[in-house]
Design a protein around this ligand. Structure first.
Ligand code: NAD
Length: 503
């Protein structure tokens, strides 16, 4: 087992307090951070209680009155310093993500790189929060729109990207002039604490404590408080569709705004003219990477009947070579699942697969060793299998056969989720069909690359039960701001719109 010296580098060994606004807080119950690779305790965390929650919200409200008046490019400069600080901790934070969540170290470091990338992006964005100018129908009037900060953004994150999802939200919201309260997953609290410590090194000396605060606590206690709190006009929540239904419902009840990034059930369509080597690499990375625990993990593979046998055989061969083990070992391709509950979900799905007459082509077993390891699994599936319509957060890939592209698209679109999709082909008509209005119904549709591994420059998110939210690049920043339309009259008269004569 590797030495865990990255814990001291990040200043998070032993017992940690789980809340921060202007000071560290933690009057709630203890929570243990567990390493999925061997089930050992990494550290203890003192969670937040309702008193801590109140302090965090009040500090956030107070600092917002100053932060919103800081010019956006100056806020960008603060984010630039954050990006520099993240760079210094890329390896140690990447290792912690790997050790606490279970993804391999290369992916852990890749996640920190994503935090750096979005911070860099946000720095440039801080000078581009453009509003439009319109032509007024009235003489000597000027009309334009401008974008103001919203206030407190509640950020609820999933365990599988314990740093990047926060950064996607926080870096953009920061340049938009918002302040953030982050409730991380209780499965990855230590990563959140380490990130808050890195953030504090930048914000504290600048007098900006409270702009980014941390709230480690159970979803039932402080999570629910945040979601119901009218002081947070926007709740950005990443997690399962079930969670999204609950949070989305609660936020809309108080007429708040929510940004939902929920579960996926992502498919790849492989046409007969596809390059089989590209397909193989994309599918194995998409289905096995992060142990099948990405929202964009490939879960369904649609193979044209002419190449189905060949690709299936190649996949079985590739799966038998996947090295499973300690995520910090550079040779490992697939680490553990996050916890015992995830292993149970995997086993429960396999029972249903067998009951529904899916044929297990490879894997299907829990591994008998400490930690939460399972085999990557290939299943020959058919359309009547209900389990293939669900997102099982584990490395299970369902293989379907099709005869023509229309059939494949219709099978692909038949599930409730709509996050990521892709097609492998060299044929222009197939590409355009897949990308047309009648093609993929997902928020992300790729050609000749897999379903996972999005870049931060695009808007990220999905349709249908995936929640409709968009984060990261393009114009996703707009959800973190409020739009105001201004009409200015510089004439000596008061003409009314639509030419109305009044009185
Ligand atoms: P989860 O739904 O169990 O939890 C997500 C977060 O929501 C956690 O912080 C949890 O504490 C919190 N939460 C749950 N119920 C809550 C409530 N009532 N009030 C307040 N907070 C509440 O999800 P998970 O197991 O951590 O993550 C896996 C899921 O996340 C998968 O479905 C995956 O597809 C999805 N995900 C989606 C995206 C995306 O961008 N679409 C990205 C990453 C993960």
């Amino acid at each position: 087992m590797s030495k865990l010296d990255f814990l001291s580098e990040l200043g998070i060994e032993d017992v940690n307090l789980g809340g921060f606004s202007t000071e560290w807080l933690g009057s709630g119950n203890e929570l243990e951070s567990i390493a999925p690779a061997d089930g050992s305790k990494i550290a203890s965390i003192q969670q937040c209680d309702s008193g801590d929650y109140e302090k965090i919200m009040q500090d956030a409200s107070n600092v917002f009155t100053r932060w919103r008046m800081e010019p956006a490019p100056k806020r960008g400069e603060v984010v630039r310093l954050l990006a520099n600080e993240f760079r210094k901790y890329k390896v140690s934070l990447g290792k912690l993500i790997s050790w606490e969540m279970g993804k391999i170290q290369a992916e852990g470091e890749g996640e920190v790189q994503e935090m750096i990338d979005i911070a860099d992006y946000a720095v440039g964005l801080s000078r581009q929060l453009y509003g439009k100018t319109m032509h007024s129908e009235r003489p000597n009037h000027r009309m334009y729109e401008q974008w103001h900060p919203l206030g407190i953004v509640g950020i609820v994150t999933a365990f599988n990207f314990p740093g990047a999802v926060w950064a996607w939200n926080a870096m953009i919201a920061a340049v938009c002039g918002d302040v953030m309260v982050w409730k991380p997953s209780s499965k990855t609290p230590l990563t959140a604490i380490a990130i808050q410590k890195i953030v504090n090194r930048v914000l504290e000396p600048l007098g900006w404590n409270g702009v980014m605060s941390l709230l480690v606590g159970s979803s039932r206690d402080v999570g629910e408080m945040l979601v119901h709190d009218r002081r947070a006009p926007l709740i950005s929540a990443t997690g399962s569709c079930n969670m999204g239904r609950k949070i989305g419902g609660a936020v809309s009840k108080r007429l708040g705004r929510s940004l939902l990034e929920l579960g996926g059930n992502n498919g790849i369509i492989v046409m007969p003219d596809a390059d089989p080597e590209l397909v193989l690499r994309a599918v194995v990375f998409g289905a096995v990477g992060t142990t099948g625990q990405r929202c964009t993990s490939t879960r369904r593979l649609f193979l044209h009947k002419d190449i189905s046998k060949d690709i299936t055989q190649r996949l079985v061969d590739a799966y038998s070579q996947v090295k499973i083990g300690n995520p910090l070992n550079p040779d490992t391709i697939m680490g553990p699942l996050v916890d015992g509950g995830a292993v149970n979900d995997y086993e429960a799905a396999l029972k249903i697969i067998k009951k529904e007459k899916g044929e297990i082509l490879y894997g299907g077993n829990k591994l008998d060793r400490p930690g939460f390891f399972v085999e990557p699994t290939l299943v020959k599936a058919h359309n009547k299998m209900e389990i293939t319509r669900e997102e099982t957060f584990a490395p299970i890939l369902y293989l379907f056969e099709f005869e023509n592209l229309n059939e494949a698209i219709s099978m692909h679109n038949s599930v409730d989720q709509g996050l990521s999709s892709s097609i492998f082909t060299r044929d222009m008509q197939s590409v355009e069909n897949f990308l047309s209005h009648a093609g993929s119904d997902c928020g992300i549709a790729n050609v000749n690359i897999g379903t996972s591994g999005a870049e931060i420059g695009g808007a990220f998110g999905g349709e249908k039960d995936t929640g409709g939210g968009r984060e990261a690049g393009s114009d996703s920043w707009k959800i973190y701001m409020r739009r105001q339309t201004n009409t200015l009259n510089w004439s000596d008269d008061l003409p009314l719109a639509q030419g109305i004569e009044f009185g």
